[in-house]
Design a binder for this molecule. Structure first.
Ligand code: MLC
Ligand code: AMP
Length: 506
């Protein structure tokens, strides 16, 4: 049984900065102590390695410490978006069946009031550790192939699926990315990303701790706060394109923001595509380019533009060490020989996930017997092997602000609302969010359509605010082909049969 220690520096913890969240800072020594206290408190509650524990992933130091301690001690973390709506929260808790939910003390009461099927406990790791707490929580390191995180991610249809990632997946990916970015213990990563996805949690927090560097976390994205954290010693910034767009707007208006960002060793973007135009705008403003990397929840990071090269607008770079990547046709036959031919990206390697929780059928649909994972992303390979993404196979997957959202999950909520007869959801191009969620709704009574604001609120309340449609368009009927299938491409092209009215909400 191979066991990888995820955070070697916690074993030799010293006084160097590990984590800063707003004004609160933890050295490696303090983090090691807090991790030990968290592990001891889980043990006292009868929770051990292999058990699943949900963490209310609020943007707080307590939630971060709980998740780091669990990763270090073999407890499987299911991070929960603290803004999850009722339907999605119920789904995740039923599917993941965690032993308990851990929430920052300030939120534990409110969380407990929302769930009755699962015990809710307050995270107390940053309180004084109980006497006799061992110095570090490595007594229960798990084997490499045991799940370490279950991250919920949307598909084209149905409710989100829990992607199980092992300690080996995480360690291999961080090590390969660290090599590409020359990311070391002298780096401080600044980010303001949510803590329940790969980008913010696995790269932005665990990545820094694995390389022995520091993370300065900005709990609420705001350009001035990001710039302040960069001035406070940040060397790398991890952000999604929407954040870079808003940072560029702020930098145009405020030279202090521009200068804070231009001092970075690396500005890194991912989770959604950055246009060549936006790359050029940032370079002109900051005097330095942005490095892109490309990944998925199920595979972690596949490609990156390495620090050893100049930024490469228009590509997401080259496969990381250990990642095999090829472009395949619709029958999943490799197109590697034919450069410039558009196909689906398939990847294989040590970071490809263990599978979806409780969903062997869904796992088999995306990963074949040879271990190739089919990403759904379309790309061509440049002559030098750089990957150029060119869209997705499924129009029913939307990337908005860097969040992946399935059209089907939104349509299901809309269809449950009074007055809705039919619904079709798609992503429309948006200068700020990349894609904006648009809902096309056929009312039961065309003379009295449901209130658009109420439909938007229903999605925010039942799923999550970032899944809410930004536009609702009422139609007399959805365009369908001869087989009765909704033709979303016609909706996307602006063909809206019998359009009654359109409501736009920011
Ligand atoms: C608005 N709000 C509502 C609401 N309308 N709340 C309840 N009901 C409603 N109807 C609230 C929101 O919750 C939010 O609260 C605030 O109002 C603003 O909402 P918003 O306009 O929707 O947010 P916005 O500012 O547009 O967010 C932009 C963003 C965000 C860039 C900050 O999209 C973001 O954090 N994106 C990161 C996504 C990410 O990390 N993806 C990685 C996936 S991993 P409040 O309190 O928050 O202000 C992956 C793999 C890889 O893809 O390769 O990395
Ligand atoms: P998620 O399931 O939330 O992890 O989202 C994964 C998807 O994000 C990928 O399949 C891509 O479509 C998209 N993505 C991630 N990084 C990039 C990038 N640098 N450029 C374009 N798309 C990206």
């Amino acid at each position: 049984m191979r066991v990888t220690v995820l955070f070697p520096r916690l074993r030799f913890a010293d006084g160097r900065l590990a984590l800063a969240v707003g004004e609160r800072e933890l050295s490696y020594r303090a983090l090691a102590r807090a991790c030990a206290a968290h592990a001891a408190s889980l043990t006292a509650a009868g929770v051990g390695p292999g058990d699943r524990v949900a963490v209310w992933a609020a943007p707080s130091l307590d939630a971060i410490v709980a998740m780091v301690a669990q990763a270090a001690s073999g407890v499987v973390t299911v991070p929960l978006n603290p803004k999850l709506g009722s339907r999605e929260l119920a789904h995740v808790l039923t599917d993941a069946a965690p032993r308990c939910i851990l929430a920052p003390a300030a939120q534990a009461g409110a969380v407990a009031a929302r769930v009755d099927a699962c015990e809710v406990r307050a995270i107390d790791a940053l309180d004084a550790p109980p006497a006799g707490t061992p110095p570090a929580p490595f007594a229960h390191a798990s084997p490499d192939d045991a799940p370490c995180f279950v991250l919920y991610t949307s598909g084209t249809t149905g409710a989100p699926k829990g992607a199980a990632l092992t300690g080996a997946n995480v360690a291999a990916n961080i090590d390969a990315l660290a090599e590409a970015f020359a990311w070391t213990d002298t780096d401080t990563v600044v980010h303001a990303l949510p803590l329940f996805h790969v980008h913010g949690l696995l790269l932005g927090v665990l990545g820094s701790l694995r390389v022995g560097g520091a993370t300065r976390y900005v709990p609420h994205f705001e350009p001035a706060a990001v710039a302040a954290a960069m001035r406070d010693g940040g060397t790398m910034l991890f952000a999604v394109p929407t954040m870079y767009r808003r940072l560029a707007d702020a930098a145009e208006a405020d030279a202090a923001i521009a200068s804070a960002l231009s001092g970075a060793r690396m500005l890194v973007s991912g989770s959604a595509g950055m246009t060549v135009r936006e790359h050029a705008r940032l370079r002109a403003l900051l005097g330095r380019g942005v490095y892109e990397r490309y990944g998925l929840t199920e595979t972690l990071i596949n490609t990156a533009v390495p620090a050893s090269r100049a930024p490469q607008p228009g590509t997401v770079g080259w496969p990381l060490r250990g990642v095999e990547l090829r472009v395949v046709d619709e029958a999943r036959r490799p197109l590697d020989a034919a450069r410039d031919t558009l196909g689906e990206v398939a990847v294989r390697g040590p970071s490809v996930f263990a599978g979806y929780l409780n969903r062997p059928d869904a796992t088999a649909a995306v990963r074949d017997a040879q271990g190739w994972f089919y990403t759904g992303d379309l790309a061509t390979l440049r002559d030098d092997g750089a990957v150029q993404l060119a869209g997705r196979r499924a129009t029913d997957l939307i990337k908005t602000g860097g969040f992946k959202v399935g059209a089907g999950e939104i349509e299901a909520v809309l269809l449950d609302q009074p007055g809705v007869s039919e619904a079709a959801v798609l992503g429309a191009p948006d200068p700020d969010l990349g894609e904006r969620i648009v809902a096309f709704v056929v009312p039961r009574d065309p003379a009295a359509p449901p209130d658009a604001a109420a439909l938007i609120e229903a999605v925010a309340r039942e799923l999550a605010p970032h899944k809410r449609p930004r536009d609702v368009v009422f139609l007399a009927a959805l365009p369908r082909n001869a087989m009765g299938k909704v033709q979303k491409q016609r909706l996307a092209a602006g063909e809206t049969p019998g359009s009654a009215s359109s409501v736009r909400r920011a």
